[in-house]
Design a protein around this ligand. Structure first.
Ligand SMILES: N[C@@H](CCC(=O)N[C@@H](CS)C(=O)NCC(=O)O)C(=O)O
Length: 256
């Protein structure tokens, strides 16, 4: 199998960790459509987003959650979905919280770093940091006295480990969240997670600036659903309007 992936994408990372954890072999292919405009990813995914799993017979599955669901069915051992119905629903909700809320808030923070000269930038960073801390509070409560979010390791842990370390970039004090700190230690001891964190460290060391991660060759930044909701919900409408009018926004393509 082949996996269109991008080293810093939390969605691609979620799938890679799940595949490594389950011992599923795949060939990673680094892509980011807004940065590299490679047509193979555009052809493989209606939204031109990573990750996309390409099966050996050429069939393709896009979207991290859908890919993980497929992998759980085709490779049930070791399991990443709880067996019990409510725990499974809880796991999916936590995965969703990571995929939608954590992702959108950190995206807002990084966009504010990128547009450091914008008058809204300090307020955007402050709003993102405050919301990230509130989301950490949710995770801390959900973890409670469990070793992993659903008792045994599940996709909720894998989704969360793609976001929790971002707190460092926002200067969030990890000592406020003792349970998450201990959980993070347990997560780092899992070889598939350690391999992911190492890939991230190597990528971050090579990254020369935030623009190289976010701005395409035509100066546009990729926006979509929850990532766009975040600045609008916080009232940064003028910021968004300026970006839009200056032709600096790019969206998933129209279906062809
Ligand atoms: N719902 C999708 C979201 C995937 C997504 O947003 N991927 C981003 C990378 S983090 C992407 O490919 N963006 C397109 C681009 O930057 O060109 C999933 O779970 O896989």
């Amino acid at each position: 199998m082949k996996l269109f992936t991008f080293v810093t994408s939390p969605y691609a990372r979620k799938v890679r960790i799940a595949m490594d954890y389950k011992g599923i072999a795949y060939e990673p292919v680094e892509r980011c459509y807004s940065l590299d405009r490679k047509p193979d990813l555009r052809d493989a995914s209606i939204r031109a987003e990573v990750p996309v799993l390409v099966l050996d017979d050429g069939r393709r599955i896009a979207d991290s959650t859908i890919i993980c669901e497929y992998l759980e069915q085709t490779h049930p051992r070791p399991p990443l979905y709880p067996r019990q119905a409510f725990e499974r629903a809880r796991m999916r909700s936590l995965e969703d919280l990571c995929d939608r809320s954590f992702d959108a808030v950190s995206y807002g923070y990084f966009i504010a770093m990128l547009r450091a000269d914008a008058p809204e930038a300090p307020a955007m960073k402050a709003a993102a940091k405050a919301e990230y801390e509130a989301l950490f509070g949710v995770l801390e409560r959900e973890l409670s006295d469990r070793d992993f979010f659903c008792g045994e390791i599940s996709l909720a842990d894998i989704a969360a480990v793609c976001h929790v370390p971002t707190a460092r970039a926002m200067n969030i004090d990890p000592n406020q969240f003792r349970k998450l700190q201990a959980w993070m230690k347990r997560m780092r001891a899992i070889p598939a997670v350690a391999a992911d964190l190492k890939r991230m460290r190597v990528a971050m060391a090579k990254m020369h600036d935030i623009a190289s991660e976010l701005v395409g060759p035509d100066g546009r930044i990729h926006w979509r659903d929850t990532r766009l909701e975040w600045p609008v919900r916080h009232g940064f409408i003028d910021f968004i309007a300026r970006e839009f009018k200056a032709g600096k926004m790019m969206f998933p393509p129209d279906a062809a």
